[in-house]
Design a protein around this ligand. Structure first.
Ligand code: ADP
Length: 201
């Protein structure tokens, strides 16, 4: 059982997955909130039923499963629809994350939540680590990884909390620099800090 749940956040392309994998290398259980969300949407019949009642069977694909692309489009420009979905989905995601963290066998567990502050998931964790990067580098790495235009990358970033605010709200910051040694050093130092927190209450 993990005694401590740490949150990890950062803007798109900042390096959350890359940094989270370094914690995995140190034996830490990493929970991906996006995967948890996807799993619930794919398997929770009760959710599917509520969403069909709200938006009709057009949200299903040819196999009768929720079509997440259609769902994304519905909630993209509609705040009321977004809130409806989040109100039924978020409590289940939170419960599942808590359960997974409870069952984790590492001394502490890490949950990766891209929109940590925007969705108030920071309330679920003891501390938030922010993966930080200059916006221009975020754009560069996102465009390379996802093969999208600079314009789209900027649009996605503009829809997220801004860099300074994210840094201000976080307890710890990892700067995702190119230097692999420096990157690992920051992760290792935080790892030691969290282990101390676990061992000394
Ligand atoms: P996120 O999960 O925050 O969206 P990723 O971890 O997927 O970000 O990183 C975004 C892209 O940048 C990936 O293609 C990754 O390989 C690359 N990347 C991550 N960290 C670094 C780094 N320190 N230096 C150079 N490229 C990096």
């Amino acid at each position: 059982m993990s005694k401590l749940l740490i949150g990890l956040t950062g803007g798109i392309g900042s390096g959350k997955t890359t940094i989270a994998n370094l914690f995995v290398d140190l034996g830490i259980t990493v929970i991906d909130a996006d995967l948890v969300s996807r799993d619930i949407l794919n398997h929770d019949q009760n959710i599917t039923k509520q969403l069909i009642e709200k938006w009709g069977s057009g949200i299903l694909d040819s196999e009768g499963k929720l079509n997440r692309r259609v769902l994304r489009e519905i909630v993209f420009n509609d705040i009321e629809a977004k809130r409806f979905l989040e109100d039924i989905l978020h409590p289940l995601i939170r419960e599942k994350i808590k359960q997974m963290a409870f069952e984790a066998e590492s001394p502490y567990a890490l949950v990766v939540v891209p929109l940590m502050f925007e969705t108030h998931f920071d309330e679920l964790v003891e501390r938030v680590v922010c993966v930080d990067l200059e916006v221009e580098k975020q754009i560069e790495r996102t465009c390379l990884r996802d093969r999208i235009s600079e314009e789209l990358a900027r649009k996605i970033i503009d829809a997220q909390i801004d860099r300074e605010e994210r840094r201000r709200l976080s307890d710890d910051i990892i700067y995702n620099c190119e230097d692999p040694v420096l990157k690992k050093k920051q992760v290792f130092e935080l790892h030691q800090k969290f282990l101390k927190m676990v061992n000394h209450g």
